[in-house]
Design a protein. Structure first.
Length: 486
């Protein structure tokens, strides 16, 4: 879910005086209908020509019947960029750009069944710091494995989809391939949408009074080491599984508390090969796995966390998270943040602090790290860091602007990172990242936007300073988040 849609959802929840469980995204169909949140397009469509309506206010193809709806839209993310600080040979010979094309289908069958799917094909020439990440990890940040494109570029693709059923007023189930996010902040120290898409099964249960929500999710994930070649044309990757329990409690209409339990289940052993999941991987009982395995298990990686969200009034929210991986070695992560809405009309702000200790999310068995496809499953920086984020966002009709500042302090010791990221080990680095964006939303239903932006990134370490001054212009259908601020 793109951050602008999340902002609209959060605003909708603040304005309504009802019980809401807002932390676990994407939301179930029984919780909201996203089209109802788009309030800034022209209400009276009588003055649009058919072509104008398709351009400014509707899906490309719409099929509507009494018990069936289908929407088909193109996906584009075209970006042309210039790194004004890069004086290397790479900058002299390469034009930076991104070229994403795709197709998205979404709809419903009756009032209980919904579906969506999207396909993406990409070619990119990345700024140098993102290129270092892709080369060292073998993946584009959050977008999967790549193959070489024209010597120094990257060719990669992705797909996502979901089939969901609202079984009753209290029970939803879904199967899909995608990302999830738990929290009310910009980052999540529990589970974020930074890592690549993964296959999943999800079930959600609401109590009758709506004060309780329990979610169980099973993900099939992988590392990037390959198994011995079998009968298939391409060798399979080493597998891992992630089991998530999330229990949310809203004691009143202003407070939301959540208990998080995650287990990276061992699915592969270098000596014995593929492993079957134990019985307790399938039990929908919060804290059972923590009690059985402990937080310092030698085969399965167990993490335990808390999420809190308070709506003080319609203008101010606070939120916090805490996660622990190993009590004995004091491996933990935390988050604290504040949101301010409508400081002036359409002007919103957010300030957030994130911290992770050395070793949190890691495991003595490398494949059991809290990661998927070499991307961290929580914060993009992995572990052993501190970060302060300030975001200001302004909306006026279809115009919007966004201003963001990140300060990051990283310690890359031998045991700290859960995955390499191009920074040498035994390195302390301070980073300042600032970004300004200005955009116009042509079509809110397609999330079709024109934008321009500037990102400045400065990394200071003992060996010197590396800088990125990235000026870019683009057109996109903004349906997923892409994180470049690390």
């Amino acid at each position: 879910m793109h951050w602008q849609v999340s902002e609209a959802v959060q605003a909708n929840f603040i304005e309504t005086d009802t019980f809401r469980h807002t932390a676990f995204r994407p939301y179930t169909r029984g919780l909201l209908l996203l089209d109802s949140l788009q309030t800034y397009y022209t209400k009276d469509m009588r003055y649009f020509t058919p072509a104008g309506l398709k351009t400014f206010g509707d899906h490309l193809i719409t099929v509507k019947q009494d018990d069936f709806e289908l929407f088909i839209d193109p996906i584009l993310d075209l970006e042309l960029g210039f790194d004004l600080s890069d004086s290397t040979a790479y900058a002299d010979t390469v034009q930076l750009y991104n070229n994403t094309r795709g197709l998205r289908l979404a709809g419903r069958i009756g009032q209980k069944v919904s579906f969506q799917t999207a396909l993406f094909e990409n070619q990119s020439f990345l700024p140098l710091y993102l290129k270092n990440y892709a080369d060292s990890l073998g993946v584009i940040p959050g977008q999967g494995r790549w193959k070489l494109f024209e010597t120094v570029g990257y060719d990669y693709s992705a797909s996502t989809g979901k089939f969901a059923v609202q079984i009753s007023d209290r029970f939803d189930a879904s199967i899909g391939h995608g990302k999830m996010f738990i929290g009310n902040g910009y980052r999540s120290m529990l589970l974020s949408d930074f890592a690549f898409n993964a296959a999943y099964l999800r079930a959600d249960y609401h109590s009758l009074d709506k004060k309780w929500l329990f979610s169980k999710v099973h993900f099939e994930m992988n590392g990037l080491n390959r198994l011995p070649l079998g009968e298939v044309p391409e060798s399979l990757l080493e597998k891992k599984a992630l089991g998530v329990h999330y229990l949310s409690f809203a004691p009143n209409k202003k407070i939301e508390l959540g208990l998080y339990e995650a287990v990276v289940w061992q699915r592969f052993d270098s000596a014995d090969g593929s492993q079957t999941l134990p019985w307790n991987a399938f039990t929908p009982v919060p804290l059972l796995n923590t009690a059985v395995l402990g937080l310092d298990g030698d085969r399965h990686n167990v993490l335990l966390g808390l999420n809190a969200h308070i709506k003080w009034n319609k203008g101010i929210q606070s939120y916090a998270q805490f996660i622990v991986d190993d009590l004995k070695n004091e491996e933990y992560g935390l988050q604290a943040g504040l949101r301010f809405r409508n400081i002036f009309k359409g002007l919103h702000a957010q300030i957030e602090y994130n911290k992770a200790s050395e070793g949190v999310y890691g495991h003595q068995i490398g494949l059991q790290n809290y990661s998927h496809n070499n991307d961290p499953l929580a914060h993009p920086l992995g572990n052993d860091f501190e970060e302060l984020v300030v975001i200001v966002h302004h909306e006026w009709k279809r115009w919007w602007s966004r201003y963001q500042l990140n300060y990051q302090h990283l310690n890359r010791s031998n045991s700290a990172p859960i995955a390499a990221d191009g920074i040498p080990l035994n390195t302390v680095q301070e980073r300042w990242i600032g970004e300004v964006q200005l955009g116009y939303t042509m079509n809110p239903k397609l999330r079709w936007q024109w934008l321009m932006g500037f990102r400045y990134r400065s990394g200071h370490q003992s060996s010197g300073v590396n800088e990125t001054s990235y000026l870019y212009f683009g057109m996109r259908t903004a349906i997923v988040n892409k994180y470049n601020d690390f």
